[in-house]
Design a protein around this ligand. Sequence first.
Ligand code: PLP
Length: 369
Amino acid sequence: MPDLNPARDGTAFTVRPHASPVSAEQRAELLRDPGFGRVFTDHMAVIDYTEGRGWHDARIEARAPVLMDPASAVLHYAQEIFEGLKAYATPDGGATLFRPDQNALRFARSAERLAMPPLPNDLFVDSLQQLIRVDRDWIPTVAGGSLYLRPFMFASEVFLGVRPSKQYLYMVIASPVGSYFKGGAKPVTVWVSQDYTRAAPGGTGEAKCGGNYAASLAAQAEASRHGCEQVVFLDAAERRWVEELGGMNIFFVMDDGTLVTPPLGTILPGITRDSLIAMAQREGITVRQEPYSIDQWRADAASGRLREVFACGTAAVITPIGTVRTTEGEFIMPGSGATQGITERLRRTLTDMQRGSGPDPFGWVHHAA
Ligand SMILES: *Cc1c(COP(=O)(O)O)cnc(C)c1O
């Protein structure tokens, strides 16, 4: 295992402010209803990597298109990884991040899996802070709003040979987002993918790479055709064990109050998942990280042993699952939308913590600006 957090060799950021940033009036207009992933801030963070030289030329500059040679390795062999986290505005004009060190660590692990050089953890966190500092005014202050940060890295060497690239570009872009769910978390309908799988043992399921998403889109399209918002993947070997959704982990709430969630291995190790496990255990709730089959899910829904089911991830935080649709028909989780349920309580506790309006017993909130 390579050193995931090598020492930093003086890669200080140069800040080159945008010559003509968006005006305050225009920004206010854009922040009124930003949706998700369509509006972007004025700046971006960029760091170059060259084999033999390491990470260099860390900078904050005007957000602009990336000029790419058509033979850039990422366009052919998909050596690309990313992260996603949110910055929140504080009433004193500052900003916070939630467990950014965990995103840094996961980014380094994803890099290792895709044979890319790890970015030092402190350089990763610094890149977020530097960007937030220049684009602080882009953090929505409306209820439920946040600034979604998207760090990513790709192979930029101009070479068609199949081997790890010798050059990479690391970037962070930022996108103001509104409340994911207007008017509270509404239970979604999910489609169980029986033909497509997301990840196999030994594959890239644990890495946050664009390739996993490319491979999931046909299943997502199939889900949409069946009137479902999200897709649930089963394990690749037996097509039996529930793994996760396209971009969210999953939890089952049993009638004895315990939580069940699939174990790590081929699923993406979500930071929301990890946080919820720690929070639930702190409340005295038993959390079992163990395989749970689709047949068990159907049986437990029918017997009433299963009370609530929810998906979790940074973008939507917690999404209750109301209906499960399969090729053999559908079944319903009546408790998922309950305002008194465990799902709703965990959702509120976590979002209050992230937004600084609730206690932070784990010290997870990081002051970024
Ligand atoms: C990012 C991601 C998640 C959720 O991870 P968080 O750290 O909680 O945002 C879950 N599944 C997949 C496939 C993901 O890419």
